[in-house]
Design a protein around this ligand. Structure first.
Ligand code: UDX
Length: 425
């Protein structure tokens, strides 16, 4: 069987790709390859999303995504038959967690089965790329068996390392590309597709590629819990942890990134992936120690904000407490696993009246907490005390004088407050 897509790549520099699952990873992957001039067909079950995309509307906010989708050669459909017009299919279906942290593969399995059914009608070779985040062993044990009887496509794992808000930028400027396959050859075509991304391309087996993703996110999460722990010690001793990290970061073996102490890590990836690898480790008979502690520290860290507040206002019942920042990080409206949730819960449990502001995330927060007050930042600052939970740029220029501020994110200007406490400094 000729690998016509490989020669096609060499001849015209263009490929026709399909992407199954048009969530955050799928859309960014589609848009990224679109920016490189490739034609992309997207497949998703959500009709509304497809209709919007066909009219050039992105269903989610990511810097540059709207423009990329409008300008590229892109179509979206519900019909899996569309993959037959393409040579490479990226599986980007989401993999939510079960309550024990293990992965719920229902959607991914279903998508793979539908892909397998379509591919049975294909006579030419096809490459399937697993880009959904799956714990080590999943492709070999779950995906490969489903696809085996469907023309025997080539199968690779190609994890993404995209930061929310900067995902398209990260796609176009990757630190590395990891391609795992089972035979040392299936990844050749994908390597060809990535050839002008100007970064190292690492070839591994399937399980290793999957583990690289989890190990990377677990390491980032560990850095944060590590520095939060050092910060908690610093706080007790009157030392500024940010001065400490400045001194550490010059050592290239340590580096200065991901050492911002604060209220802990949230978002859709770090907490979920960490729980995922812990659950997988248990399945293979290993009880992780460091990773469990990283998670435990991350659960406790936000509650320190309420403890610090109570140092100044011992009885929170009936007090108005301001919250600046609800998103899990700045420049997003995403509140998934945001530490603001645990903190607002803590305040409500103590009987406080919460008054909150976030530049983008208020509508999302309102869905879960309709009964707290949503006000302007100036109004929020009039509360009995205010907690800073996200480092939005606009918080840097507020007037904090005469206020009581507990800072979870190191907003320097807030030090001008009448009473100022940093969580780890
Ligand atoms: C992360 C990884 O960075 C990315 O490579 C991966 O593929 C997906 O998960 P993202 O979830 O977008 O990306 O957020 P990120 O910018 O990494 O921040 C995660 C959380 O850690 C945020 O809540 C942030 O506030 C917190 N954080 C980050 C810190 O508390 N301190 C730091 O020094 C860095």
């Amino acid at each position: 069987m000729s690998r016509f897509n490989e020669s096609r790549l060499k001849n015209s520099d263009k490929a026709i790709l399909s992407v199954i699952g048009l969530g955050y990873v799928g859309l960014v992957t589609a848009a990224g390859f679109g920016l490189k001039g490739h034609k992309v067909i997207g497949v998703d079950v959500d009709e509304e999303k497809i209709e919007g995309l066909c009219n050039g509307l992105s269903p989610l906010y990511e810097e540059g995504l709207d423009e990329a989708i409008k300008n590229m050669d892109f179509t979206a459909t519900k019909d899996y038959q569309a993959v037959l017009d393409t040579n490479i299919t990226f599986l980007c279906v989401n993999t939510p967690s079960h309550s024990d942290g293990s992965m719920n593969l229902t959607y991914l399995k279903k998508a793979t089965e539908q892909l397998a059914e379509a591919l049975r009608q294909k006579n030419a070779s096809h490459l399937v790329v697993v880009r959904s985040t799956v714990t080590p062993g999943t492709t070999e044990e779950v995906i490969v068996p489903i696809l085996r009887d469907s023309g025997d496509p080539e199968i690779c794992v190609n994890p993404e390392f995209l930061r929310e808000g900067k995902a398209l930028h990260d796609f176009m400027n990757p630190s590395r590309i990891v391609i795992g396959d089972g035979d040392g050859k299936s990844g050749d075509l994908l390597q060809e597709l990535y050839r002008d991304f100007g970064c190292p391309i690492l070839r591994t087996d399937l399980n290793t590629a999957e583990m690289i993703k989890y190990a990377s996110n677990a390491f980032l999460a560990t850095k944060i819990s590590f520095i939060n722990e050092i910060g908690n010690i610093c706080k007790k001793m009157g030392i500024d942890v940010y001065e400490v990290t400045r001194g550490m970061g010059h050592d290239e073996r340590i580096g200065n990134q991901f050492l911002n102490a604060g209220i802990g890590f949230g978002g859709s990836c770090l907490p979920k992936d960490l729980k995922g690898i812990v659950a997988r480790a248990r399945e293979v008979g290993y009880e992780p120690r460091i990773l469990n502690e990283v998670l435990g520290l991350n659960e406790e860290q936000p509650l320190k904000m309420v403890e610090l507040l109570k140092k100044h206002i011992p009885l929170l019942k009936g007090k108005v407490i301001g919250v600046l920042g609800l998103a899990f990080k700045p420049d997003t409206d995403d509140i998934r696993d945001s530490k603001a949730i645990a903190i607002v819960e803590g305040l409500l449990e103590e009987g406080a009246q919460v008054r909150a502001y976030d530049p983008k995330a208020m509508p999302n927060f309102k869905k879960y907490y309709p009964h707290i007050d949503y006000k302007s930042p100036e109004e929020v600052l009039k509360s009995d005390a205010t907690l800073i939970l996200t480092e939005w740029d606009e918080f840097k220029n507020l007037d904090y004088t005469n206020r009581v501020i507990i800072d979870g994110r190191r907003i320097l200007n807030a030090r001008k407050a009448r009473i100022y406490e940093g969580i780890c400094w």
